[in-house]
Design a protein around this ligand. Sequence first.
Ligand code: SDX
Length: 369
Amino acid sequence: MSELHFSPGLDGVVAGETDIACVDQGVLLYRGYAIEDLAENATFEEAAHLLLYGELPDAAALTAFKQRLDGYRPLAPEVVDALRLIPKAVPMMDVLRTAVSMTGHFDPVSDTADLRERSVWLTAQIASIIAARYRLLNGQEPLNAKPGLSHAAQLLYQANGQEPDELHARLLDLTLVLYAEHEFNASTFTARVICSTLSDLVSAVVGAIGALKGPLHGGANEAAMEMLTQFKTAAEASAWIKDALAHKRKVMGFGHRVYKHGDHRARILERELRKLAASLGAHEWMAIYDAIKEPMVNDKKIYPNLDYPCGLTYYLLGLPLDLYTPLFVAARVTGWCAHFMEQAANNRIYRPLSRYTGPPARPVPARAK
Ligand code: SDX
């Protein structure tokens, strides 16, 4: 067999073409708009519209988009019943995987092939599922949406039963913009592979949720915060990171396959995190955060990815750890759906080769008569 090129983890392999996003000289672009610009000037709804429709919405299109999101927020009673039945100890990412699959049986737009409409419906449903489960875990009944709130404010309202303050809503909205899309990451690639067999959108999103859960991918925001919660002081964190690096342990929230000189998104969010921490007097938390970050950057040249500042941001916003990766899903579902539609529009089934390393051909021993 000719020497086939094998790249572990498809590192450096171009596995498809996309006009949805790219990382151009270290800067992430959503359909040509730099993430810094979008973080500064766009809401999650505008970024979601850009990903799903190809353009930023004008005022009328934005109003219509937000109204359709609101219209799709109510959960089928059967989905709420499923949320009640799932044991309390089940992690929210596993609940989300099940509930998205369940809600797919009650999809009001399934009789149309309008993938874009189903994408809007799924985006609304995922936010409602997260909020409903959160309330059930706290012994409260799910809340109906309050029309007119932003997607971020709505999620917090339906979870907590009160409208969030402007800072909390804006920071959550910023994380949703930053998390929404990132070209051929593992969960998006999963969604594209599922699409490439001509399977359906809900199956692709459920598969992508499974991929995102892993701590090497989206689960890193929870894992990074879990790491930080073990320290009471910066000195403890410094001792820990020294030992971790000496034993070549993976430090969650750092490193990236694509960004080798730092994740632009992390720098954007870290600026806001530092302001939030200062406003809360959370100086010790930032000292712990920096005690881990500095040796990683200065000694190892391994930089924070978005998950590192995001974990502490969500923590300081008072969100429970179990919600962090689900919030990543609430944003990334728009990227997954955009890639599903792109793959479906110009499809070839994914079927890579493998390099065989097993035993050579050999005969089955004759059966004893
Ligand atoms: C996300 O792909 C995307 O776009 C993902 C994402 C998105 O928006 O979709 O950006 C979201 O998933 C961000 C990544 C979140 N995961 C983590 O924070 C988990 C910790 N990070 C690592 O596991 C790792 O950095 C990856 C998985 C992110 C990247 O893996 P690679 O590209 O395969 O890099 P590697 O594991 O081959 O590391 C190269 C070297 C190794 O050293 P050597 O074995 O060559 O001596 O760098 C070291 C690694 O040990 N290294 C780390 C490290 N990351 C890399 N060492 C310690 N801690 C780390 N976090």
